[in-house]
Structures are given as C-alpha cells and as structure tokens.
Design a binder for this molecule. Structure first.
Ligand SMILES: Nc1ncnc2c1ncn2[C@@H]1O[C@H](COP(=O)(O)OP(=O)(O)O)[C@@H](O)[C@H]1O
Ligand SMILES: C[C@@](O)(CCOP(=O)(O)O)CC(=O)O
Ligand SMILES: [Mg+2]
Length: 402
C-alpha cells in the first residue's frame, strides 16, 4: 500500500511577520504543490531502513530503524492522535542523526526539513521501516510556504496510514480529509514548522491544510469567501533567504523598540482586516471591482511600507517595486521577505487594456501591461508566474497496487 499526499503553497496578501506578534493576516493557497509518497516495505523486502528521498535535489537519506530507536529512546512511545512539541533536547538528538549524512554545503538549509521529517515520522509512525519520497513545484526558501507544504503533505501521508485516521482506501483519485482529520494534520504540521521556523504563527500550515483564503489571528482561522477576481503576479527575486532568521530579526527589533513596533503591528492588523473586508464585499459591476482593486493596491503599498519598517525588505524586492510602479502596478513582498517572492496585483484593466496614455512613449508598444511588466522583470533576472489562487487544501491518494 502506498499513499500520496499533496499540499499547496501559499501567498500572504497582508500581515506577514506581524501575525507572529498577534496581528491579523490574510493568506490564500496557490496551485503549486508539494507531494509526499509513503510506502512500507513488505516482509519479503527484508528492509529495516527508514528512507527519505528529496527527489528534486536527488538527495537520499536512510537510517536503520534500530539506530533511530537507540538515538531517540528517551522520547517514549508515539501517539499519533495527540500532537506534541519536539523538546530542545530531542532536537539535539535528531540533529546527530541528520549529521550522520553529510549534506552538501549548498543544501545545508535542508537539514531543518530532515529534522522536521524525523520528528514527525517517529511521532506518528514510531520506528517502522518505510520509504518517503518528496517532490515539490514550489521554489524553496522563497516565501511561498514550501516548509509548511512539506510539513502538511508529510503529516497527511503519515496520518493516512496511522491508527488515528479511518479512510476509504479503495477511493480512486484525490481524497479530502474530514474536518477532524484536517485539524489533526494541521496541529502536527505546526509542530514540524516549529522545527523549521523557530517561532511560526501557524498561518502557513493552516492555509496549506484547509486551502482557499483565510484570515488568521493568534491561531484562530476565519475562512474568507472572495467576491472579486483576484489575480496576482508572483515575482521570484531568486534571492534565497531563511524564514527562521528573518522572524528572529523582527523579534529582535521588537525587543529593542517595543512601543514603536507595537504601533507598526497594530497598523498591519487594521490593513489585514480591511483587505479581508474588501475581498469579501459584494461587487455588482466593473466600477465596483475597480474601486476595490484601487483600495487593495493602496493597502498593499501601505503594508509594504510597514514591512520595510520591520527591516525585512531587500534591494531585489525594491527593484521589483520600482519596476512594477513604472507600470502603475502596486506590489508588496510575500512571506518572510529578505529576497524571495513579491506579489503584484493585476487589476482587471491591466489584463485587458493595451498600454494607455499614462505610459511613457518608449514603452508604448503592443501587448498588455502585464506582458510588458513581466518582460522587464525577467530582463532583471527575476522569474515571474501567475498562480491560481484559493485552491483546495491538502489531499491524499491511495495506490493499493503497490
Ligand atoms: N520539497 C522540499 N524538500 C526538502 N526540504 C524542504 C522542501 N520544502 C521545504 N523544505 C524545508 O523548508 C525550508 C524552507 O523553509 P522556509 O525558510 O520557511 O521558506 P519557505 O517556507 O518560504 O519556502 C528548506 O530549507 C527545507 O529545510
Ligand atoms: C514571516 C511569516 O509571517 C511567514 C513566513 O512564510 P514563508 O516561510 O517565508 O513562506 C512567519 C509566520 O507567520 O510564521
Ligand atoms: Mg516557511
């Protein structure tokens, strides 16, 4: 029996970082997924190893289960139905298992993902031999939530073959979990995110688990129903960064300037609530949609200004902001910043109209504003994509033939 799980990445429309400090944020899932397949060896395979394959990087890890059991013996027995945090002592024990594999320096940030894997696997499945294969359509360490998509898809696959979840294994194709199972996946995935991020807010694993669009504050989720077409250009600056370090840097700034930062977080909270209201409010005609788009653009620019206050912008992000502004398009970073991805709202008029009179003569050529801005951004060495927004959350698929 093999089970596959897929979990979507995400964009944060408003409120990243501030959400770690108790403000509201708004996020949506995107149609780029991380896939995890899990299979147990048969008796005739005579295999006693736990194997992890990061297929995209062609990196394989394996440990005899006896070795894992010996290293983690103090943890006690596993109980997949009650998610628990990995203690700092256990993190150290897990780190010794990870270090036994010499991860190439260029891929060293993957060590956090391997540690999260070992914690989630042993906590949910115990010390069984298995093979786990991970692939992803998401760029890693870019702000699109690859860490949470990894944790959510992994937990879904592990729980699908655990005693805590009862599913119809004969179902053909992708299958959604029920609400209780989703809650369990989400809670375990949050524990994995803690290992990768240090201090996650939980918004990324929550939107990857439940999908669609959510408002999130202090662990509480409100599902949003969008009442407008929402198209975003995602520009990957390809500047790698690490969410854990960026979250820590904002915490340091908060420690140094608590009163000023409290005001920044309060302003972000208001922006996120306004974004959620605009997205959900009814729009009966094109004029109403344009008004909503104008307001969203202003709020995105305001949020970006506050992210600059938090110290998480980057020269590459500023280049994207300047470039899109030339085309009268508003942008903000998404995720932890420091490089990574930038969101640009593509208002309906930008998708339909040819360049208009506001543009300077040298760019008054054929094509839509969107074609032009993408060409210019890609000319800077960035990578652009337009992802589908608000897709379903985590899903699983059984393959009983294997
Ligand atoms: N498909 C994957 N394969 C291996 N590790 C992954 C994968 N996706 C995420 N990770 C782990 O998550 C880390 C990136 O998480 P993070 O810094 O939060 O960035 P983001 O979540 O924005 O992509 C990687 O360095 C790695 O440890
Ligand atoms: C910066 C933050 O708000 C989002 C991080 O997202 P990402 O890992 O950069 O995709 C952190 C969090 O909410 O846990
Ligand atoms: Mg992350």
């Amino acid at each position: 029996m093999e089970v596959r799980a897929r979990a979507p990445g995400k964009i944060i429309l408003a409120g990243e970082h501030a959400v770690v400090h108790g403000s509201t944020a708004v996020a949506a899932s995107i149609d780029l997924y991380t896939y995890v397949s899990l299979s147990f060896p048969t008796h005739s395979d005579n295999d006693d190893k736990l194997k992890l394959h990061f297929k995209d990087m062609d990196l394989e890890f394996s440990w005899p289960v006896g070795r894992i059991k010996a290293a983690l013996s103090k943890i006690g027995s596993n109980d997949s139905s009650s998610p628990k945090s990995c203690s700092s002592e256990t993190i150290k024990l897990i780190a010794t298992l990870v270090k036994e594999h010499n991860i190439p320096e260029a891929n060293i940030t993957l060590a956090a993902g391997v540690s999260a894997f070992l914690w989630l696997y042993t906590s949910i499945q115990g010390y069984k031999p298995a093979k786990v294969v991970v692939t992803s359509e998401l760029p890693l360490s870019s702000g699109l939530g690859s860490s949470s998509a990894l944790c959510v898809s992994l937990c879904a696959a592990l729980l699908a073959l655990s005693d805590s979840v009862n599913l119809d294994c004969s179902h053909q194709g992708w299958l959604m979990f029920g609400e209780n199972e989703l809650d369990l996946v989400n809670k375990w995935a949050f524990e994995g995110e803690k290992i990768i991020h240090g201090k996650p807010s939980g918004i990324d694993n929550t939107v990857s688990t439940y999908g669609n669009m959510i408002k999130f504050r202090s662990g509480e989720l409100t599902r949003l129903r969008s009442n407008m077409p929402l198209k975003m250009l995602i520009t990957n600056t390809k500047v790698g960064r690490n969410t854990k370090a960026l979250v820590a840097s904002v915490s340091e700034r908060t420690f140094s300037h608590p009163i000023a930062m409290a005001s920044v977080f309060k302003a972000v909270d208001s922006i996120s609530n306004e974004v959620a209201t605009i997205i959900q409010s009814p729009a009966h005609d094109d004029i109403a949609i344009t008004e909503k788009e104008d307001k969203l653009e202003e709020l995105m620019e305001m949020n970006q200004g506050l992210l600059q206050c938090m110290g998480v912008s980057h020269a590459s992000i500023e280049t994207v902001l300047r470039t899109t502004l030339k085309f009268k398009l508003a942008s903000k970073l998404t995720g932890a910043g420091g490089g990574g991805c930038v969101l640009t709202l593509l208002p309906t008029h930008a998708l339909l109209l040819l360049l208009n009179v506001f543009m300077t003569p040298h760019i008054l050529l054929s094509g839509t504003v969107v074609d032009k801005v993408i060409a210019e951004l890609e000319g800077c060495g960035f990578q652009c994509l337009i992802a589908g927004i608000g897709v379903k959350g985590v899903q699983i698929c059984f393959d009983s033939s294997s």
